[in-house]
Structures are given as C-alpha cells and as structure tokens.
Design a protein around this ligand. Sequence first.
Ligand code: FES
Length: 100
Amino acid sequence: LDGEHVGAFEGLAAPDGPLHPMQEAFRENHGLQCGYCTPGMIMTAVDMVRRKGNDLDDRTIREQLEGNICRCTGYHNIVKAIAAGARAMRGSGATSKAAE
Ligand code: FES
C-alpha cells in the first residue's frame, strides 16, 4: 500500500457533517447491526459501488458480501440498505473517495 490512501469507516463523513449516503441508507433500512460487523459491511458496500456501479441487484450484493460474516441476521435489511445506498451515492460525489 506504499503511496496509497487507506480509508476508514470513521472518515466516511465529516465530523460535523451529514452521514455518508451509505451510512444513511443503513440507518433508513434498518441494516445496522452490531459494532463489529456494521463498519465492515458499510466499507465493503462503498467499495462495491466503486467497483460495480450504482445499480446493484440482490445477487450481486450477496455475492460481494461473502467475506463479511455476521451470524446474527439473515442479511435481508443489509442487502436492502446497500441497494438503496448505491442509488443514493449516484451523483453525490461519495462513490470513490471513501473506498480509496
Ligand atoms: Fe454484528 Fe452479528 S450483528 S456480527
């Protein structure tokens, strides 16, 4: 990673600014789980949008989440949140910055 920018969950939104569109989508769609898996889910989701675009179907989202393991839920609201967040990121300027 020499010379690369590494982003963290805490850097998605400005300290006193609005939530990142993906964070807001998780809040609105009840995709928030525990403090262990949620930051990873959201960072994966933001990177997923950067790599796959803003129109994500359920199958793509579930396949892309295979490395994020939560044994507490069925992922249903997380998948809904990611699809909504991906759409909300369109034109927001938030697509690539957070995942860099
Ligand atoms: Fe986070 Fe299950 S809710 S690991």
